[in-house]
Design a protein around this ligand. Structure first.
Ligand code: HEM
Ligand SMILES: *[C@@H]1O[C@H](CO)[C@@H](O)[C@H](O)[C@H]1NC(C)=O
Ligand SMILES: *[C@@H]1O[C@H](CO)[C@@H](O)[C@H](O)[C@H]1NC(C)=O
Ligand SMILES: *[C@@H]1O[C@H](CO)[C@@H](O)[C@H](O)[C@H]1NC(C)=O
Ligand SMILES: CC(=O)N[C@H]1CO[C@H](CO)[C@@H](O)[C@@H]1O
Length: 321
């Protein structure tokens, strides 16, 4: 029985490392080369078509991928519908105005007819996010692929998404929990060059800011006045709000210029200018769109690689197999 001890130990080590290793193997840019060679062109065509009908689509898709990756890794959990027994992420807090899920459905339908059961919903999200940026005038990049879809989506977990009232330490904490640095935080916040915010998301800055200031003094006064005009204290217009920057359908570096001018929308945007390191990055990106694009691509690939524990290729992105 001499040899059994080490043998058991070896088996033990193998089992443990299998359990601890993320099921997801490393992602690769050529993942579907043999199984679904047209995957990217099919998806790009669907995104282009949707954008022609609705200019809000790119912003929605970019944000959807971010919300997916921040909860349970990039595993398509944000796409799952609630069921009788389970309230899903999309019906949780901080999901306000997630939309354009139909674009994912269209892409999935095309892909299922070309290469059934092959392309994960999580990969579709990563690809549509890249297309959303590129087709809005921003940079393009090679997307690593091979994510698997998860089977769990819980509304209660969306409280773990960063809140627009967060200060710099809270933002740093939220990003570092996911392996993302301060540079990733500043670069990825540049996603706010696209899209729209409802009044409720920046209400804290324009009414009852704190006991000494009704309005956040870091807001440029006439800009604050214009926000207060669209978003009065007891706002009744549910769709009211503001573009996230002055060119909300173009992916550019104006977002950073506006932070420096006191014209950002969320406290979390303004917060980037409150610490020396992050402020230096805001200035760098405000001065050079090139530098912003390079950093954004690097950080998107990083965020987009946060691994989940998905194990299947969903056939319908809204329901588990
Ligand atoms: C840093 C922490 C972040 C916070 C606190 C935050 C918060 C928010 C909030 C509150 C909204 C507006 C929701 C509404 O009022 O309708 C929003 C919109 C948006 N966010 Fe973020 N976000 C953050 C990071 C990101 C990242 C990393 C990305 C992508 C790279 C992103 C992309 C977007 C986009 C594109 C929109 C516009 C969505 C649309 O128009 O449909 N955000 N964000
Ligand atoms: C998911 O929910 C949406 C919106 O409520 C609904 O239109 C759609 O039919 C649902 N899809 C599935 C497969 O349950
Ligand atoms: C950020 O907010 C947290 C929670 O309110 C607080 O403990 C912390 O001191 C704040 N940090 C900064 C830099 O303001
Ligand atoms: C209100 O906010 C301003 C600007 O951040 C700050 O200077 C002031 O001390 C705050 N007042 C209170 C009572 O916290
Ligand atoms: C897409 C969306 O906004 N879904 C839901 C987000 O959560 C609220 C509150 O739980 C729901 O009313 C929305 O339908």
């Amino acid at each position: 029985m001499q040899g059994l001890g080490p043998m058991l130990a070896l088996v033990f080590v193998l089992v443990i490392s299998w359990v601890l290793s993320p099921f997801a193997a490393a992602l690769s840019t050529n993942y579907y080369d043999h199984t679904c060679p047209e995957v990217e062109s099919i998806i790009t065509r669907v995104v282009k078509k949707a954008m022609m009908n609705d200019k809000t689509v790119p912003a929605a898709l970019l944000r959807m991928h971010f919300h997916d990756c921040f909860i349970r890794g990039c595993d398509g959990s944000v796409l799952l519908n609630s069921t009788a027994k389970n309230k899903a992420e999309k019906d949780g807090r901080r999901n306000i105005s997630l939309h354009a899920f139909y674009v994912i459905d269209h892409a999935k339908k095309e892909l299922e007819s070309q290469c059934p059961g092959v392309v994960s919903c999580a990969d579709i999200l990563a690809l549509v996010a890249r297309d959303a940026v590129a087709l809005s005038g921003g940079p393009s990049w090679n997307v690593p692929k091979g994510r698997k879809d998860g089977r769990i989506s819980k509304a209660t977990e969306t409280v773990r998404l960063p809140d627009p009232t967060f200060n710099i330490s809270q933002l740093q904490q939220s990003f570092s929990e996911r392996g993302l640095s301060l540079e990733d935080l500043v670069a990825l916040s540049g996603g706010h060059t696209l899209g729209f915010a409802h009044c409720s998301s920046f209400q804290n800055r324009i009414h009852n800011f704190n006991s000494t200031h009704d309005v956040d003094p870091s807001l440029q006064p006439s800009f604050a006045a214009s926000l207060r005009k669209v978003c009065p204290m007891h706002n009744k217009v549910r769709s009211a709000g503001s573009g996230l920057d002055s060119s909300a359908i173009t992916f550019d570096n104006i977002y950073y210029k506006r932070i420096l001018l006191g014209k950002s929308i969320f406290s979390s945007d303004e917060a980037l200018s409150t610490a020396t390191t992050t402020k230096a990055l805001v200035s760098k990106f405000a001065n050079s769109q090139e530098e912003f694009y390079t950093a954004f691509v690097k950080s998107m690939i990083k965020m987009s690689s946060i691994s989940g524990s998905g194990q299947e290729i969903r056939l319908n992105c809204r329901v588990v197999n």
